[in-house]
Ligand binder design. Sequence first.
Ligand SMILES: Nc1ncnc2c1ncn2[C@@H]1O[C@H](COP(=O)(O)OP(=O)(O)OP(=O)(O)O)[C@@H](O)[C@H]1O
Ligand SMILES: [Mg+2]
Length: 231
Amino acid sequence: MDILKVQHLSKTYGDGENQVNALKDVSFTLAQGEFAAVVGESGSGKSTLLNCIGALDTPTAGNICMDGKDLFSMKEEQRTIFRRRNIGFVFQSFQLVAELTVEQNILFPILLDYRKPEQSAVNEILEVLGLQERRHHLPSQLSGGQQQRVAIGRALITKPKLILADEPTGNLDSKNSQDVIDLLIKASRHYQQTILMITHNNHLTTSVDRVLRVSDGVLTDLGGKENEKLS
Ligand SMILES: Nc1ncnc2c1ncn2[C@@H]1O[C@H](COP(=O)(O)OP(=O)(O)OP(=O)(O)O)[C@@H](O)[C@H]1O
Ligand SMILES: [Mg+2]
């Protein structure tokens, strides 16, 4: 079953001399539980692609359907609620709330949605992340790897169908990077979540199901793990 269907997506910033065609007629689909990596040079359009799919940015043309629903035919308020319930974000810079503890940061999307948190779900996530001992700590009291694990916990708590990760390992050393990738793999296998992850690290792309390359706004599907075009 397709969770994400992107059709003829284009994004243009600015106009006249300042016009940038950041995405040019991009089409692809992702199945439920699929873990795809997005690679490409700096400025090629990777973040623009993720931001459009996550409805943090608005496409100039094309459609993005998630779980059969067209994101940009919804009213803005409806889209915000849909995003909160169906899409989890992980960013390079963690983006945790400094004043909240580990546990409160993980629960944040549930509280935003006026839902009652399930303590058992939080405990399970803290255990998977190896952060039980740190639940009452503040982000400033954690290492970078631990902070990113909290951010992943926050993305997992709503059980989103799609997780979008923009260079989640960009600020981490190789051991912590592999831990973060292993957690994401676990999420895709165990909870059948679909993951789209931007990475500059070719080494990490060997762990994923599919590699998509963006080059000057054009997307090419490089296919599965044994792909030789990558090297
Ligand atoms: N808000 C904006 N206004 C104008 N141009 C923008 C804006 N955001 C991105 N761009 C341009 O769009 C192009 C694609 O940017 P994008 O951030 O998607 O690249 P990227 O592949 O994520 O790069 P990096 O690997 O450096 O993060 C770049 O040329 C960038 O300058
Ligand atoms: Mg980027």
